[in-house]
Write a protein that binds this ligand. Structure first.
Ligand SMILES: Nc1ncnc2c1ncn2[C@@H]1O[C@H](COP(=O)(O)OP(=O)(O)OP(=O)(O)O)[C@@H](O)[C@H]1O
Ligand SMILES: Nc1nc2c(c(=O)[nH]1)N[C@H]1C(S)=C(S)[C@@H](COP(=O)(O)O)O[C@H]1N2
Length: 213
């Protein structure tokens, strides 16, 4: 038996199991046109291959401004009705990197396991993974809740952290953090999300797996 969908806020779903995902690319230079944003396209590509259940996306490209980052996440959750918001960029130690502070400012509870696991995964790819201050958290309002996850700004970090590390035969060596996202969304009352197992196998305890008719 899976957790009951108690989110009533998003009445726009075309299917009860459709997840609404907010993507926020945070970069001074991409948002001002110095270079082309690669964060949103990389996220869209990854979700296109990873999800097998219905999804809808809303994306925003903004500079590294704390108030604007907080406001954008709140808009995506409270007004648009997103169940999951992924940010990319602004997690490092530079003065302009304020994504974790902006996230925690509008969060109700932190989900530290995601960030701990992301840094562990990233260390398999780059030694500078230790520099990411990324966080994950819930935003819970009266009739809706969402999971927010910060990803680093390097576009390649998106697949690395969400999908993890595989050997030459495609066997998982380090599981990506997205494996835990569908069950987390179940537990906060969101839609039942299913994945393409060749990309990422979702982890749910047996009691939470929906029996197909
Ligand atoms: N949205 C993006 N699109 C394409 N490349 C990006 C993006 N964000 C970051 N990068 C790349 O990753 C590197 C490290 O990301 P980081 O977030 O630290 O960038 P940054 O130097 O703070 O960027 P900015 O000054 O634009 O905010 C950048 O130098 C850039 O090469
Ligand atoms: N998986 C992964 N994690 C990564 C990286 C990367 O390339 N891949 N880059 C690191 C670097 S160089 C920095 S400075 C920090 C913070 O990046 P951000 O400020 O772009 O968020 O993330 C780190 N984490």
């Amino acid at each position: 038996m899976s957790a009951k969908n108690t989110n009533t806020k998003n009445t726009k779903r075309s299917h009860p199991d459709e997840i609404w995902i907010g993507l926020v690319s945070i970069s001074d230079r991409a948002s001002s046109g110095v270079y082309q944003d690669e964060g949103i396209p990389a996220l869209q590509t990854w979700f296109g291959k990873a999800l097998s259940s219905p999804w809808h996306m809303e994306s925003r490209l903004i500079p590294d401004e704390k108030e604007l980052i907080s406001k954008t996440i709140v808009e995506l959750i409270d007004e648009v009705g997103c169940d999951l918001v992924l940010t990319t960029g602004g997690t490092g130690p530079s003065r302009r990197d304020v994504t974790p502070e902006a996230t925690l400012a509008i969060a109700s509870r932190e989900m530290p396991g995601f960030a701990e696991q992301m840094r562990q995964i990233s260390l398999k790819f780059v030694a500078t993974a230790i520099l990411s201050r990324q966080v994950a958290a819930l935003r819970e309002i009266d009739d809706h809740a969402a999971l927010i996850i910060n990803l680093p700004g390097q576009p390649k970090a998106i697949q690395e952290t969400l999908e993890g590390l595989k050997d030459a035969d495609g066997k998982s060596i380090v599981p990506g953090i997205f494996a835990a996202v569908p069950y987390c969304i179940d537990l906060i009352g969101g839609p039942y999300v299913e994945t393409n197992e060749t990309v990422i196998k979702a982890f749910r305890p047996k009691s939470a797996i929906r029996v197909k008719n």
